[in-house]
Design a protein. Sequence first.
Length: 382
Amino acid sequence: MDDRDALFSLTGASERTDLDAVADGFDPARLTQARFAAGLSKAKLAEKVGVTPAAIGQYESRVATPRREVLPALARELKVPVDYFATGRPIGRVDGSQAHFRSLRSTTARDRAKAIAFIEQVWELTFALEKRVQFPEVSLPKIDRNAADPVAAAQALRAWWGLGVKPVKHLVALAESHGVVVSLLTLANADVARVGAFSTSHLARPVIIVTPERAKSVYVYRFTVAHELGHILLHGEAVPGDKQQEREADQFAAELLTPRAQIENLLPRTVNLSRLDQLSRHWGVSVDSLLLRMKETGTVSESSIRRGYQKLKQLRSSGLETPEPVNAYPGEVPTMLAEAARLADQAGITLVDLAKELKWYPSRVREALGAEDSRPSLRVVG
């Protein structure tokens, strides 16, 4: 909880939390969600609060309810208001098997749990905003997941969204205009950033989260978003870490961004990095992706491709080729949630109002919106 959140909790003192009411209406799922969001094990939380790990397990499994005097300690350590634990408001529920993670093998179970808690809360914020603001309807083609071909699925999405054969100019703006929630995490979520990206189609709206690691290069970022769209269309029942599903999502992304029927005739017949750079900028994909396309189409030999990768690596290590950040491309920066929050504010529903409704601190709302707060930090004195 930062200083602005402390001020928020003090200014809300007129709405004193009724500990007995929270204890009577305690929602175990909220404790689990808050613990995951904080990245704490049951044992670590128990140590901080002064109870046993078994007690935390009993709270989360409905076997027991925390005593009223334990609630403030739980709230303090999990950085949520006490009434966060109260039942009676919608909760996004995503099982670990219902989310796809871009960097599963390099992340811990704790980081994945934290990511799932965040994706649930992004949906909850979206739900709260949708009560005030009309969002675009979800518009995605129906894909037979039992007989799905990733290339055909990408072609189906291109046709559904009316893209024809042209490059996808602003992938994130396009996805948002068809009802997909996209969130670009701020650096405040350092632990979740190790996940790379994650998505789910098991909520009322598909949600894609991309972390700063994938946003350092706009081309890697666009491919990542396309990859997650592939999971949403192709893989309803996720098997975390399934290599075949990851390959299929990559094939989907490549076809969505660079349709083979078009790119095959444009690729040079030698590994010409200057020409590949021109194509990279026109189609909005990395040179690496185009080299892979050349390999797939058999345009040049594999030894030439290897030499191309080596030369590209040398250029990058010497600083002659640097990645372009996402924030240089407004059409790739998610805006749907932030714009909805702005419209809600115009209608008299402020960020603080949203925080009170969700039982969050305002800083959490800002994180879920993907908004970095540049205001000076306030300090409570006296």
